[in-house]
Design a protein around this ligand. Structure first.
Ligand code: SF4
Length: 214
């Protein structure tokens, strides 16, 4: 079976088993709020972020609200997520930059998004795929990285190179859903320490590269 045929089979099985393949972030109602929630989710979990975003966005719904506040005040609202001091600075400066350079409108290209403080390719890809339905790239997080290697879809460890490898074998309209499907499967079955290969529904299509099965 060719690599792209094998991946098509994998994707089909993932979609069948995870019909609700949406991202784990909640409580946002605009691209700006999804951008902030995604910045907050770095080095943290979606669950932790969801616990604080309802209150955060009711107090700071838009860039103007953050920019007219202070880093110290933002810190108070986000102190339950990892690296909150850095993130408060990012959010404050990102909001100011959006107002000054983009008329408060979130840009819709990776090139522009990564110019904002705290925004890397992964965050930009999540926003473009999930809110705008624009498929410029694939968000590579720790689950996508691990599963791509185990499934023999890449030999690389650098997220940017993994993204390029995946883009070569996966049609662009599937780039957004791939991240959420891999995250679902990485959490439920293909776990970091003990992948459940014996009972995994991808058993027939997965080469299990570098995996020590339970
Ligand atoms: S067979 Fe094993 S390595 Fe492959 S996807 Fe399933 S759990 Fe992961």
């Amino acid at each position: 079976m060719s690599l792209s045929n094998r991946f098509s089979r994998i994707l089909l099985l993932l979609e069948k088993n995870y019909p609700e393949f949406r991202g784990g972030l909640a409580n946002y109602s605009s691209p700006f709020q999804l951008l902030i929630a995604t910045v907050l989710s770095a080095q943290s979990t979606d669950k932790q972020v969801n616990l604080i975003t309802e209150k955060l966005f009711s107090h700071f719904p838009d860039p103007e609200a953050f920019a007219s506040s202070s880093i110290i005040e933002i810190e108070r609202y986000i102190s339950k997520v990892g690296l909150y001091k850095n993130k408060a600075k990012f959010i404050f400066n990102l909001s100011k930059q959006l107002i000054n350079e983009y008329d408060s409108i979130v840009p819709t290209s990776i090139l522009e998004l990564v110019k904002l403080p705290g925004v890397g390719r992964k965050t930009a890809n999540v926003l473009l795929n999930d809110w705008f339905d624009i498929h410029e790239g694939i968000a590579v997080d720790t689950h996508v990285k691990r599963l791509s290697y185990r499934m023999g879809l890449t030999d690389n460890t650098d997220p940017n190179k993994i993204e390029t490898d995946l883009q070569e074998i996966i049609p662009s309209e599937k780039w957004g859903r791939l991240t959420h499907l891999f995250i679902s499967h990485g959490r439920a079955v293909c776990k970091a320490q003990k992948p459940l290969c014996k009972t995994c529904f991808l058993n027939e299509a997965c080469p299990r590269v570098g995996v020590v099965e339970e």
